[in-house]
Design a protein around this ligand. Structure first.
Ligand SMILES: [Zn+2]
Length: 462
């Protein structure tokens, strides 16, 4: 990733990180990228996904048109730690018909109408019997809730509460044309090799039906992130993107990769709910002070995004599995509005309007900056550590960047020179100086060109 950069200003001029990102991706067009990701969401939105089944396969197959990911299948019954890969669920149709034969609840209109993993059912039921299988939201009478029954065999329908109130006391014709039988769990994986085997894991869930922020936003930001990263001429890290069913998918992936990929993971990020208009939230890994934790906190502090840094808790998305004590991987989570805290969560209102192209694109920018920062974070050694070197003689003093940049650039160089004793990484320098990492890294590269700074390994042998 060696490129000549101009010195970044302390305040981003072009909006959040755009200047840094454009130095590597000249064509970076925020409006186009946001709209592109939203178009992918629109294409994937109608598919009925669950933790297994054709919906996930179809989603991954469509994603292959945008990113040539591998589709992997793990047979039902495979033991994965304390869990077992479940039977595969598929659904063709489902409805509740009234006296007139008209569909009152219709899976063809919204896949949220059926409780995910509903077992096949066919029968005539009185309203009192049917009611035991109906779910609605009295507080949001026009929204359809999203419900699942993965590990308890049963069936049910979800509907708007106002529709439920309209059901008369009559006999209903109920049909759930589904199958639940041995098959497999499906997930997607895409690896972008780097010069080292050390890996960065990016994980997002793909198991929700027509819900946009919850699952589709993470999928499209991860896709676009991977497409950008593979364009880089050089990468230090190997990046592994996994698109998996929530919980059981992460458990399965960890069980299958325990001795292969897992030991190589140096950093990781779970993406979930990154497309709504809410502020960004970074949830720290269980370790709390991993490089990913410090880096995201640093980047968000120097971004223009309203944000919060959250401590780890054993509740949430797949960070729960990656951060279980037997793995304790340095994996944090990036989200916008936090699951369960906004009314649209797990309802039909998490729809195409709830996710915004601009929010998706700004989430992507944080992800790209995270990767660029990871790539650039090295530990350097001052080659001229006895007193300050003469920067003016080398054209480094009062000679860099535009007028407004000069002060910041010089401060960055002084900090890098002073703290580069082989013990501080460039992220340490950025944190201690409270300067943006990009400014510190650019200063380091400039000093390196003038042989005032060396890599830690070179410095030790010098
Ligand atoms: Zn969810």
């Amino acid at each position: 990733m060696s490129v000549t950069r101009t010195m970044p200003t302390l305040q981003a001029e072009n909006g959040m990180f755009l200047r840094e990102i454009r130095e590597l991706f000249a064509e970076f067009d925020p409006a186009k990228l946001g709209e592109n990701m939203h178009a992918w969401i629109r294409e994937l939105y109608p598919i009925c996904r669950s933790i297994t089944g054709e919906g996930v396969r179809e989603t991954l197959r469509r994603m292959q048109r945008w990113l040539p990911l591998e589709i992997r299948e793990v047979p039902s019954g495979t033991k994965v730690f304390d869990w077992v890969v479940p039977n595969e669920w598929n659904i063709r149709d489902a409805y509740v018909k009234g006296r007139t034969g008209e569909r009152i609840i219709d899976f063809q209109k919204s896949n949220l109408h059926v409780v995910s993993y509903s077992v096949p059912f066919r029968g005539k039921l009185k309203l009192s019997e049917l009611n035991q299988h109906l779910h609605s939201l009295p507080d949001r009478p026009d929204w359809i809730p999203y419900r699942t029954s993965y590990y308890k065999e049963g069936w049910g329908f979800c509907l708007a509460h106002e529709e439920l109130l309209r059901l008369g006391d009559e006999e209903y014709d109920v049909c759930i044309d589904s199958t639940l039988q041995p098959g497999s769990l499906t997930y997607g994986e895409y690896v972008i090799p780097g010069s080292s085997e050390a890996e960065v894991l990016i994980s997002t869930h793909i198991c929700h039906p027509s819900l946009c922020n919850d699952n589709l936003s993470g999928i499209v930001v991860a896709l676009q992130w991977a497409i950008h990263l593979k364009q880089l001429a050089k990468r230090r890290y190997t990046y592994r993107f996994v698109f998996i069913p929530g919980t059981i998918g992460a458990i399965t992936w960890l069980a299958q990769n325990e001795t292969s990929a897992v030991p190589r993971i140096r950093h990781g990020l779970v993406l979930s709910g990154v497309g709504d208009a809410g502020k960004l939230n970074y949830k720290k890994s269980r370790r709390g002070n991993a490089e990913v934790d410090r880096m995201l906190a640093h980047l968000l502090r120097h971004s223009e995004e309203d944000h919060t840094i959250l401590d780890f808790s054993p509740y949430g998305y797949d960070e729960r599995q990656y951060c279980s004590p037997g793995f304790n991987l340095p994996v944090g989570r990036l989200s916008r509005s936090i699951h369960g805290t906004f009314p649209q969560y797990h309802t039909s209102a998490d729809d195409l309007d709830f996710v915004e192209p601009g929010a998706l694109e700004r989430s992507l920018r944080i992800c790209l900056m995270f990767a660029l920062t990871l790539e650039g974070n090295r530990t350097m050694v001052n080659m001229n550590p006895r007193c300050e070197p003469r920067l003016g003689r080398r054209g480094l003093y009062r000679a860099i960047g535009g007028q407004a940049d000069a002060g910041a650039a010089e401060m960055a160089m002084l900090w890098v020179l002073n703290l580069s004793d082989g013990a501080n990484s460039l992220l340490d320098v950025a944190e201690r100086s409270n300067l943006p990492f990009a400014a510190i890294e650019t200063a380091a590269r400039m000093l390196e060109q003038h042989e005032l700074l060396g890599d830690k390994a070179e410095g030790a042998s010098a």
